[in-house]
Design a protein around this ligand. Structure first.
Ligand code: MGD
Ligand code: MGD
Ligand code: SF4
Ligand code: MO
Length: 820
């Protein structure tokens, strides 16, 4: 922050500064940036030929022009030397068109620097629990312990005793390199079935229904927002969560005349921003009762079908024309089949839905008209459907997502300009792993397994369930208790040999303990339970390939050294595999040891070539580098004239394949409304005063792992905010900034009251995943049939804990609804 760092000027990158392509490693959008680095003793000048930007810096730059804020600058290590670093949004990148965001523009200041003192929390060495604390050590020492304990436990029991929590995305802690490294280890060398993904308690898809219907969830191009008539948003808040998708694609779309239908029980900032850009008359906000999206979507679908606003030709040619193709069963929470089957099963009147959803029937009709009613000249209306966590972590995930895809299929809005039915997305994607078929469907509910005493060794990669899982109070209590048993055993074995130490650990896990290995960039909260902590490198401390929400694949280049001994995750996975192989041979298990061969990678590029490249032979680092920040949209279908050739939209040929059916026909979903689907939700709602809606806000990135050491964020929000209606506040005797406790039968958490006049009475919105108050503490353990959590639907009571503490006294509680 400028005022704190006493910075009123920044060094100018000289004309010969090194330039690196950077894809922002925070959200799904993957904005393009350029990182400039240059020696510490050099500076450029203001004349265009004296600086790397090639512009006249003696002149004031325009608001949308190229300029650097102090947050875009740092001094970092590159090949062992201190260098200046400036990370600026790329004006030429088609994703963001030169826009930054409040997160991406802090990439530079969120780098570890020994000179400026930023992010000194980064792990620099492997740590092992010794003498009652964590002690730094070598990679060989730490990995030897991991491998010995893991190999012993598997040899004496089975691979089912190893529980793995691992990221499955792009950006940092992911990308094609790292998902392959971990995937090859746990699904190639081993067949670990008790594994879960970073954000949900099982190994499954967030959008099973869409895939089962044949539709991959990222099927459009971002430019479709500029070519469409209507944007249909359900359970997403893109101005805060996919920021430059909103500003660089939605805004021009609205300026081109697109109308917007937004389904969110809360008046989000996206509603307000859309009203400003499109005019309130072109924005329809359906502030439905929480969890009733399925009733709404089915009513819109029914109305569209009854009015005949469907694309008959598309239905005939591209969708299944029988009755039921896949019956409802344990693995399919609704039948899948023809349009007619779905219309019959999903049928619900507009009036009935209005009653369930708590919105006027006329608004539901209006939504259906905006989405599907043909233009006056009879031409088809184009509509982009975009959804995210309000329905993914919502009530009845499978049927609700199926219902949204139904609408897009019925109106022929997939694979065409101005169409698409897509996840907005979270992190970038970068999934490439061996088959996960051995996991099964439904998969193991891993958190429950751990809570019930299952599993003996827990490998954790880049996630912190302390802050982000459901039923977190119970999870933490038990995880800690089990990990402490092993800590005690290690403490008691102090000074003994490695063999005796391993014996002591194995004995403790056989008594119910849990041996925990945590791979992270910081010492996280769940890391407090770890016996071995392994330091990872982040994006740009390594090269990293990932794709964004329109499947745009880029290589984000390494421009600095990782701190200390930290390494890319793929090379850490390789290290574990190599030590497993060695230890297993020592144990005489040669055949099993052989399964851990093939990890002799020296760099992340080797991991990329071994994994992603093997299935996509056109794609290499060199070619990706040449494609720059605009990259190529996957799937890559060729290499011509020195360029990779991609695919702007999926299913342009009307052939649907995601479900693996040979007929290439999409399926409709016949999932009727059935009230609260997950166990315990209905009772919880009845017995508590407040709905604790929860999610994200622009300023934070995820569980605050970097934000917690960033003054800009912590000065603004020292505690997680809880938005509350001022009349509810008055009734509870609360004033702005008071610390409150939110409690129910699952546990309790705390936050800071933020008066919000637009909040409905009895609804609060809490920012999730804060180190100072995890919302997950009060989320019940209920999941859907395929073990997807419903984080969003939580009811609790609220009481005051304390007056606003000192850090809170100075902060603003102004409305967040700013005029753009
Ligand atoms: N600033 C920022 N951006 C991020 C992230 C971040 O941490 N910070 N994280 C990234 C990740 S990993 C993800 S997954 C995405 C998530 O992106 P989003 O899904 O856009 O974000 P959320 O805030 O979780 O939830 C969106 C909305 O769901 C609404 N909602 C709650 N219950 C319901 C309901 O019953 N029905 C409907 N229709 N809506 C409901 C909430 O009011 C909220 O406005 O964001 C990504 N982008
Ligand atoms: N109540 C509630 N709970 C939710 C949600 C919600 O909306 N409400 N949303 C869910 C969703 S969508 C998500 S994505 C999850 C997020 O849950 P998590 O995945 O647990 O949270 P993150 O902040 O993404 O975790 C990133 C961790 O990885 C570390 N890390 C960062 N970069 C690297 C790297 O390059 N390598 C390694 N090894 N580690 C790295 C960070 O220090 C941090 O500890 O939360 C889920 N939980
Ligand atoms: S919108 Fe997302 S990808 Fe773009 S700069 Fe912001 S955080 Fe990074
Ligand atoms: Mo996410």
């Amino acid at each position: 922050m400028a005022f704190k760092r006493q910075i009123d000027r920044l060094p100018i990158p000289p004309a010969d500064a090194k330039v690196h392509n950077v894809t922002c490693h925070y959200c799904i959008v993957g904005c393009g940036y350029k990182a400039y680095t240059w020696p510490r003793n050099k500076q450029g000048g203001t004349a265009p030929d004296q600086n790397a930007l090639g512009i006249d810096l003696s002149q004031q730059q325009g608001a949308m022009g190229e300029w650097a804020s102090p947050s875009m600058y740092n001094i970092v290590k590159q090949n062992g030397q201190d260098v200046h670093l400036m990370v600026l949004p790329d004006q030429e990148c088609v994703v963001n068109g030169g826009l930054a965001s409040i997160r991406g523009s802090r990439m530079a200041e969120n780098r570890p620097s020994e000179v400026t003192g930023t992010q000194q929390q980064r792990l620099t060495d492997p740590l092992v629990w010794r003498y009652g604390t964590w002690q730094p050590t070598t990679w060989d020492d730490a990995l030897d312990l991991v491998a010995r304990v893991t190999a012993r436990i598997i040899a004496e029991g089975s691979e089912d005793d190893l529980v793995v929590s691992m990221f499955d995305h792009g950006g940092s802690a992911g990308g094609y390199e790292n998902t392959w490294g971990t995937g090859k280890l746990y699904f190639g060398s081993m067949k670990v079935k008790n594994c879960r993904i970073h954000n949900r308690p099982a190994y499954n898809s967030e959008v099973h229904a869409s895939r089962d219907m044949g539709v991959d969830e990222l099927n459009y191009a971002y430019e479709d927002y500029q070519l469409t008539d209507t944007i249909f948003l359900i359970g997403g808040n893109p101005t805060e969560t996919q920021t430059n998708l909103f500003f660089n694609h939605w805004v021009p779309g609205m300026q081109n005349g697109a109308r917007v239908v937004i389904v969110d029980p809360r008046r989000s900032l996206t509603v307000q921003h859309c009203e400003q850009v499109a005019g309130p008359e072109n924005v329809l906000h359906l502030a439905i009762n929480e969890g009733t999206d399925l009733a709404l979507a089915n009513a819109i679908f029914t109305h569209i079908a009854d009015q005949g606003w469907v694309d008959r030709d598309f239905i005939e040619k591209s969708t299944f024309r029988g009755d039921v193709a896949v019956g409802e069963d344990e693995a399919h929470p609704a039948p899948l089949g023809s349009f007619e089957m779905a219309v019959e099963k999903c049928r619900i009147s507009v009036d009935e839905a209005a009653e369930i959803c708590g919105v006027p029937a006329a608004d539901i009709v209006k939504a259906a008209e905006w989405i599907a009613k043909p233009h006056e000249d009879g031409t088809r209306r184009k509509c982009v459907t975009a959804y995210e966590k309000g329905v993914i972590w919502g009530n009845d995930n499978y049927r609700t997502i199926g219902a949204l895809v139904n609408i897009a299929l019925a109106t022929g809005n997939i694979g065409r300009e101005g169409g698409g039915v897509c996840r907005l997305g979270g992190h970038q994607e970068g999934y490439f792993r061996p088959s996960d078929a051995h996991v099964g469907r439904p998969p193991t509910y891993v958190d429950r397994l751990l809570i019930n005493g299952g599993g003996k060794v827990h490998h954790i990669w880049a996630c912190d369930h302390y802050k982000t899982t459901l039923n977190a109070s119970e999870f933490k209590r038990i995880h800690k208790k089990r990990a402490d048993m092993v800590k005690d055993a290690i403490d008691a074995a102090a000074g003994k040999t490695r063999e005796e130490l391993v014996d002591a650990i194995v004995d403790a896990v056989n008594r119910g303990g849990l041996f925990v290995v945590d791979v992270d960039i910081i010492h996280s909260q769940i890391g407090q339970n770890a016996h071995v902590i392994l330091p990872a490198a982040e994006s740009n401390e390594m090269n990293l390939a990932s794709m964004n929400g329109e499947r745009r694949l880029r290589l984000s280049e390494r421009y600095m050294d990782p701190p200390g001994q930290a390494k890319p995750d793929c090379l850490i996975a390789a290290g574990i595999a190599q030590h497993m192989e060695r230890v297993l041979r020592e144990m005489g298990k040669n055949e099993y040891a052989d399964q851990f061969k093939g990890f002799d990678w020296e760099s992340e590029e080797d991991a990329f070539m071994d994994g992603y490249h093997s299935a996509n032979p056109e794609v290499t680092y060199e070619r990706l580098r040449a494609m720059g920040n605009n990259g190529v949209q996957e799937p890559v279908v060729g290499f011509e004239d020195g360029k990779l050739v991609g695919t702007p939209r999926l299913y342009a040929d009307g052939v649907f394949t995601r479900h693996g059916r040979e007929d290439g026909k999409a399926l409709f979903c016949g999932g009727a409304w059935r009230g609260w689907q997950a166990a315990g939700k209905e009772e919880e709602k009845k017995s508590h005063r407040f709905w604790v809606n929860n999610g994200r806000a622009n300023i934070f990135w995820q569980n605050w792992f970097l934000d917690q050491e960033n003054e800009f964020v912590m000065d603004r929000y020292p505690y997680p905010f809880v938005e509350m209606n001022p009349e509810d506040m008055a009734e509870l005797g609360l004033v702005a900034g008071d610390l409150i406790e939110l409690y129910n039968g699952n546990g309790a958490t705390q936050g800071m009251v933020y008066p919000t006049p637009t909040a409905k009475r009895g609804h609060v919105f809490m920012v999730f995943a804060s180190p100072m108050g995890a919302q997950g503490n009060i989320v019940n353990p209920g999941v859907n049939e395929l073990v997807l959590p419903d984080y969003k639907h939580v009811w609790a009571d609220i009481r005051k804990i304390a007056d606003a503490p000192k850090e809170v006294k100075g902060i603003s509680f102004k409305s967040k609804e700013v005029v753009l």
